[in-house]
Design a binder for this molecule. Structure first.
Ligand code: NAD
Length: 357
């Protein structure tokens, strides 16, 4: 009997490496292959961990169809290869963002179509347009912005943002490459029978995220506290009241595990999937929690100017995914910060040049 085989593109990245290792640990008989071009600084640190656990590594680039001419049939492909920074799409890395996040997805879909692999796509909350997110009515609480009960747009309530939220208008090049990928995935379903599920995730965090200024804010915050360096609140009055929900990587694993093993229930679906209101935090609150957990207090400066593409708040409404699958996030922001802190503490020397740069 042949066992399940899974290709994870971006398999040395934060999400890809965690999913590869957690799947291999839970299902030792599965064949797990992680493909990565090692573009993200720190992704190379995961190669020995993957190899030791029995996950195969392929040094490959999804921009090159040749790198995806693999002589093995996969049951599933988890697409976790991307340039995940919103800021990257606003500068010289623009063509890299398009070539990887969109053309690379197409190359990966062609592999799925050729081999009959089912496709799990990690999309983003950034498919929702900036100007619509800016038009959410919110009130200013003591430590955070809060979604008000009175809204004029569809798909927004005090629970957060649902799949019914508008999709018209600009969303950043990063978000557009992801939404365009979603559209192409639907075409591959219609014309090449590729079965898929799309998860639109907000902030995901936890150990092995190589957080940097433009991506991975929770790791960045924990690292700044660990090495006692100041943080900065950008825009929105410089008070750090902007809010995100955060999904623990282990909660994402639980979701992907469910999807792999109940694919018929999610086939053809697009879900918002995030930490939700219960696991949301403002930057100001994040600073307080990090100080409590690390024992280090740092300064917080205010930068009044809004950063292009930034948004005041994003909270996922998980109603659809929970009713389809029963899945809901189980871990809190405190859990995420504690686990990230312990990971940094344990690997301080190795991580210092990357996370304290
Ligand atoms: N981390 C989050 O908060 C978050 C939220 C929503 C969606 N996502 C999505 O999840 C996926 C994984 O994100 P992540 O946080 O693990 O990012 P990451 O940067 O840690 O991992 C991405 C990996 O892809 C690799 N990669 C980049 N370009 C490649 C290419 N052309 N060919 C092969 N490999 C390439 C990188 O080296 C890296 O190891 C992305 O698609 C991202 O858009 C992430």
């Amino acid at each position: 009997m042949t066992s399940t085989s899974i290709l994870i593109t971006g398999g040395c990245g934060f999400i890809g490496s965690n999913l590869s290792l957690l799947l291999k640990e839970k299902y030792p008989a599965y064949r797990l292959v992680a493909l990565d071009n090692l573009k993200r600084r720190g992704s190379e640190l995961n190669i020995p961990r993957l190899k030791e656990a029995g996950v195969e590594f392929i040094h490959g680039d999804i921009r090159n169809p040749e790198d995806l001419q693999l002589d093995y049939k996969f049951d599933f492909i988890i697409d976790a290869a991307a340039e995940p920074s919103v800021m990257a799409g606003t500068g010289p890395a623009l063509s890299y963002v398009i070539n990887t996040n969109l053309n690379g997805t197409i190359n990966t879909l062609e592999l799925a179509a050729r081999t009959g692999a089912k496709f799990i796509f990690l999309s983003t909350s950034r498919v929702y347009p900036i100007s619509c997110l800016e038009h959410i009515n919110y009130t200013e609480g003591e430590t955070r912005f809060e979604i008000s009960g009175n809204q004029s747009l569809a798909g927004i309530s005090t629970r957060g943002i649902s799949e019914a939220f508008p999709l018209d208008k600009a969303r950043s090049v990063y978000g557009t490459t992801k939404l365009a990928s979603e559209l192409i995935i639907e075409e591959f379903r219609e014309f090449f029978d590729v079965q898929y599920v799309i998860n639109r995730c907000g902030v995901i965090a936890g150990p092995y995220q190589m957080g940097k200024v433009d991506q991975g804010v929770i790791t960045l915050w924990v690292a700044r506290h660990f090495w006692k360096r100041d943080v900065a609140y950008f825009g929105y009055g410089g008070t750090g009241k902007q809010v995100r929900d955060a999904l623990h990587i282990l909660d994402l694993f639980d979701l992907v595990d469910y999807e792999l093993h109940h694919f018929d229930k999610v086939n053809g679906c697009t879900f918002n999937a995030g930490g939700g209101l219960a696991s949301s935090v403002s930057l100001q609150e994040l600073t307080g929690i990090c100080a409590g957990i690390t024992g280090n207090k740092v300064g917080a400066s205010a930068v009044m100017e809004n950063r292009k593409g930034d948004i005041p708040l994003y909270i996922t409404d998980n109603t659809k995914i929970t009713s389809h699958t029963g899945w809901q996030p189980m871990r809190s922001v405190n859990d995420i910060i504690t686990d990230t802190f312990n990971w940094i503490r344990k690997n301080e020397q190795q991580l210092k040049p990357i996370l304290n740069a």
